[in-house]
Ligand binder design. Structure first.
Ligand code: COA
Length: 220
């Protein structure tokens, strides 16, 4: 097994406020639906130019997937500034997973990420699951690592032989947080098929071009 770094912290140790904080406003949230799908897709693709979620969002809205999958846009006033979501891997029924979670560049480091994260936890708690987990790449999602270390309970490197070996170049990790009073257990490298998500990017780009969300000449 690869190195496992355990990082138990109490919530009271979490901080977002800094002495010279700018005042930040309360965000509002809207679930992604047919009405805001284009806006959601553009925003998500702007934040994650290498992993478009469009095919996943669309499958949920058109009823093509029956899996639990809740995605939200965060608004500052009327401006969409961030996205978040929760999904499940049916084999692991006591866990929900954080999906694409991010903020537009110009709104980062102001406390809005924490606000969106807290909202996601609130939504996850309503589903009566034991823990929320996420996978991230130490290398490719470098900016998010400090945030997760501060806000999640447990951090582990992930390795599983069934995954496409290319993903290990990014140094995948699993972070977990308890949604109950129980201490969260390590994930211990159970298979989560990260490779499939990486593959869905190309499918999403084709669908976005077909649906006129991005320019036909735009490629990634
Ligand atoms: C991860 C991400 C969502 C965090 O969003 P954010 O809005 O910057 O988060 P916050 O402002 O709440 O907190 C970020 C940091 O800013 C600091 N901060 C918060 N308010 C601040 C303020 N007013 N002034 C200065 N710093 C502040 C926090 O202490 C925090 O520090 P940390 O990263 O060491 O934990 C954002 O970096 C992002 O969208 N990254 C790109 C997408 C991505 O990688 N997503 C994760 C994929 S796995």
């Amino acid at each position: 097994m690869k190195e496992i770094k355990l990082n138990h912290k109490s919530k009271s140790e979490n901080k977002t406020a800094k002495p010279n904080d700018k005042t930040i406003n309360k965000l509002s949230f809207e679930e992604i639906s047919k009405k805001n799908l284009t806006q959601a897709a553009k925003l998500q693709y702007e934040i994650f130019p290498d992993t478009s979620a469009y095919s996943v969002y669309k499958a949920k809205i058109t009823g093509k997937t029956k899996k639990l999958c809740l995605d939200y846009i965060a608004y500052l006033g009327s401006i969409p500034i961030g996205i978040t979501g929760i999904y499940e891997i049916p084999e692991y029924s006591d866990t929900v997973w954080l999906s694409w979670f991010g903020i537009k560049k110009e709104y980062r480091k102001l406390g809005y990420g924490k606000q969106i994260f807290d909202y996601t936890i609130e939504m996850a708690k309503k589903l009566n699951k034991k823990q929320l987990r996420l996978y991230t790449f130490e290398l490719w999602n470098n900016e998010a690592q400090g945030f997760y270390q501060r806000n999640m309970d447990l951090e582990e490197y992930y390795n599983n032989d069934k995954e496409n070996k290319d993903i290990f170049r990014g140094k995948p990790k699993i972070f977990s947080i308890s949604l109950t009073n129980e201490k969260v257990e390590p994930w211990n490298n159970k298979f989560i098929n990260i490779s499939e998500d990486v593959d869905s990017h190309e499918k999403s780009i084709i669908m976005m071009k077909k649906d006129g969300i991005i320019d036909l000449n735009e490629c990634n």
